[in-house]
Design a binder for this molecule. Structure first.
Ligand SMILES: Nc1ncnc2c1ncn2[C@@H]1O[C@H](COP(=O)(O)OP(=O)(O)OP(=O)(O)O)[C@@H](O)[C@H]1O
Length: 700
């Protein structure tokens, strides 16, 4: 690009002179990507910030110098005229990185009532705290007057008045001390209760969301809401509101005292307070916005860190530490972008406060001093005036400060409330009925399905929709499984085998069609009851961070003895390795401390222990060695022939596991392509026969 073209651009960036903003003159192919200062990819409504390709940059030094000056001037104007430098709206990301929408605005009053409802039985603590607060505030605001009276009565030699004032001063000090302690204690109790209830309510709401909610919401984001956001939210009553009330009482007391001392001086101080309040109001709004964005960025940074740390082995194996650090740094840069502006705004606020506050003292000393010289007032009154002046200004500042903190806390609560407002999944809302006995008959009637994992945003609210326009996973699937059958599902990877099982477990709902269990629609059955009768071992069995025994008994609601647990472990071929661990069944384990095969065996033991009517094994033996797999296969088929009638669904690739099944269903292209027995399907010479042939060839 030559200098004449370049000069048609309006230079902008204060930090990085490689970036300029422009009306869209360049073709997209000429642009690298969109960026703002601090490496912050963005696009505003009418201005595009673009990075000029280095090869196209001018080499003319004069142009550089002029451009440099222009940039400095623009930055100066933008900063001091509250222009675009202050804009936080440029946090919107115009790139591949996902950014959640900001939640709907919640007013302080709405937040207060919501929180008030959560305090429930512990409201007494708040009432006591407010009563103590009132007494403490009134005692404290009386202290300057009594203090001055004591000193000046001593100076005048009025002994009796001095003792009286000194006693009164002591009483005020004691009462304000006791009440302050009571106030802090009671608010701390209310705070603790509130944090607990908030976390409990939010966690409850999260746990009862549909599974597709977790397909789109990041775990790091949710844990951040449960942790820091709930903590922040609890400050609304326990910190912000109580300090606002306390300072309002003290400020009002100070103002009344000032008005009785000198009306003109009191009004001048009041005017300064109003100016301060206005400045603070603007600052508070800015701060609230910044807090909300900071919250989002922190959650996203947490999400990146959590994802990376949980996959640290992959990161290490691929040597992508630097890339991961940079990915995390990008969010930190965005946090800095907001933080720098927030700090600058705080600096400006501090500057205005100190200047205006000092000016009240200067005004008081000049006019009060002149009034003393003219004999219109006394030194005692001027001293009281200056003390109350200080109280008033500080009360005004603290009210604003607490207001800003209150706004920040309300900002933090918006996403928390939004999540709390999500209704539980329909599965938990409808009771459904329980059958006397589950025979394990499963029927799919014209079932179609696609994953509803796309998000739709309306009015800042996340709405999840079934009409996601995604590629269908299953289309008009029809089949039935008799109670007590062993059915194997095979098919190419991605052909929908696990999705079939997900639908039986009702982790997702079919888009159309119906699933019947023992001839009853699945959605009419009590889902907890049904799940209590299904044993499921998933493709990648994860285990909980607890001891092996608890992992095996997890979700088993009947009483089980140590022998039962060991029997299940023996059947799952897990007893041997468990016994070799330092604390046997009491050994604390987690996902990283066991091999894939060991985790699968624990998951199989867990499924067996609950003695299910329907047993679903989704690639449950894929990580086992040949010998273990052989035993587990024996077990599966022996479970079928036991006392109890049990339907077993096995998803497996290995021929040895599936050939003995009563029926084999072959999935392909969103359909059940073939159904039959092993020999029958081989003779048919279709997809199953091809899959088996390939597997045999691979083994040779
Ligand atoms: N939670 C999900 N959200 C969106 N799409 C999904 C989800 N889970 C699976 N899919 C998609 O659904 C399709 C079917 O996946 P499914 O896991 O059912 O196949 P599969 O036959 O079990 O594969 P494999 O043998 O590899 O386990 C795939 O295209 C997959 O990408």
């Amino acid at each position: 690009m030559n200098s004449s073209i370049l000069s048609s651009f309006n230079s902008y960036t204060p930090h990085n002179y490689n970036y300029i903003h422009t009306k869209p003159l360049l073709q997209p192919k000429h642009l690298h990507f969109i960026k703002t200062p601090l490496n912050f990819p963005t696009k505003t409504s009418n201005i595009n910030f673009i990075k000029i390709p280095k090869c196209l940059s001018t080499s003319n030094k004069d142009d550089d110098y002029i451009s440099n000056l222009n940039q400095r001037f623009d930055f100066f104007c933008s900063f001091f005229s509250f222009g675009s430098w202050w804009s936080l709206s440029s946090y919107n990301i115009n790139g591949s990185e996902k950014f959640p929408p900001l939640a709907k605005n919640v007013t302080v009053v709405e937040a207060f009532w919501r929180i008030w409802g959560l305090i429930e039985d512990d409201k007494w603590a708040v009432y006591v705290a407010f009563a103590a607060l009132t007494v403490a505030a009134l005692s404290e605001i009386s202290i300057p007057a009594v203090l001055t009276m004591s000193i000046f009565s001593a100076q005048r030699g009025e002994t009796a008045a001095f003792y009286r004032n000194a006693q009164f001063l002591a009483i005020l000090c004691v009462s304000s001390g006791i009440c302050s302690g009571l106030r802090s204690g009671c608010f701390a109790i209310a705070n603790m209760t509130l944090v607990r209830r908030l976390r409990e309510t939010l966690y409850d709401a999260l746990l009862h969301q549909d599974i597709y909610f977790f397909d789109v919401e990041a775990v790091g984001d949710l844990t951040s809401r449960l942790g820091t956001d709930c903590q922040r939210l609890s400050r609304i009553i326990g910190n912000d509101l109580h300090l606002i009330i306390r300072n309002t009482l003290q400020g009002t007391g100070a103002l009344i005292n000032l008005l009785t001392l000198s009306r003109p001086l009191a009004l001048s101080t009041l005017a300064i307070c109003l100016i301060l309040s206005t400045i603070f109001l603007l600052y508070g709004r800015y701060q609230k916005n910044a807090a909300k964005i900071t919250q989002e960025f922190t959650a996203m940074a947490n999400e990146v860190a959590e994802g990376t740390l949980s996959l640290i082995r992959v990161v290490r194996a691929y040597g992508t530490e630097q890339e991961e650090l940079e990915r995390f740094m990008r969010w930190l840069e965005k946090l800095t972008f907001v933080g720098v502006r927030e700090t600058a705004a705080y600096g400006l606020w501090n500057l205005s406060f100190t200047t205006l506050y000092r000016s009240t003292q200067v005004i008081a000393v000049i006019f009060g001093g002149l009034a003393i010289i003219a004999g219109q007032t006394s030194a005692e009154q001027l001293t009281k005036y200056i003390l109350y002046c200080e109280w008033l200004i500080y009360a005004a500042w603290r009210i604003q400060d607490n207001m800003s903190s209150l706004l920040q806390s309300t900002g933090a609560c918006e996403k928390v409330f939004q999540l709390m407002n999500f209704l539980p999944s329909d599965q938990f809302l409808s009771e459904g009925f329980k059958l006397e006995r589950l025979r394990g008959q499963i029927e799919f009637v014209d079932v179609s399905f696609h994953y509803p994992s796309r998000r739709v945003f309306i009015g800042g609210q996340i709405l999840l929709t079934f009409k996601s326009g995604q590629v269908p996973v299953l289309e008009n699937v029809n089949f039935s499984i008799k109670g007590g059958d062993v059915v194997a599902i095979v098919g190419p990877s991605g052909s929908g085998k696990s999705s079939l099982v997900n639908l039986i477990l009702r982790l997702y709902e079919p888009t159309s069609g119906q699933i019947l269990i023992d001839n009853f629609p699945l959605q009419d059955l009590n889902i907890r009851w049904l799940r209590g009768r299904i044993g499921f071992v998933g493709q990648e069995p994860h285990i909980f961070h607890m001891d092996i025994k608890s992992n095996i008994t997890y979700g088993c609601y009947k009483a089980v003895s140590q022998e039962d647990i060991e029997r299940a472990a023996k059947q799952a071929y897990a007893h041997h390795f468990i016994s070799s661990l330092p604390h046997g069944y009491e050994t604390l384990v987690d996902d990283n401390l066991l091999s894939g095969g060991q985790k699968q065996r624990i998951a199989i033991a867990r499924a067996i222990l609950r003695d299910p009517d329907i047993l679903i094994l989704d690639e449950a033996t894929s990580a086992l060695d040949a010998e273990s797999e052989h035993y587990i296969k024996e077990l599966i088929y022996s479970l079928k022939n036991g006392f109890k009638m049990r339907t077993i669904i096995i998803i497996a690739h290995r021929l040895s596991t599936i050939e003995a099944a009563d029926r084999i269903m072959v999935t392909d292209s969103r359909q059940i392509a073939e159904v039959g027995e092993h020999q029958e399907l081989l003779e048919k010479g279709g997809l199953y026969a091809r899959l088996m042939r390939k597997q045999r060839d691979a083994l040779i």
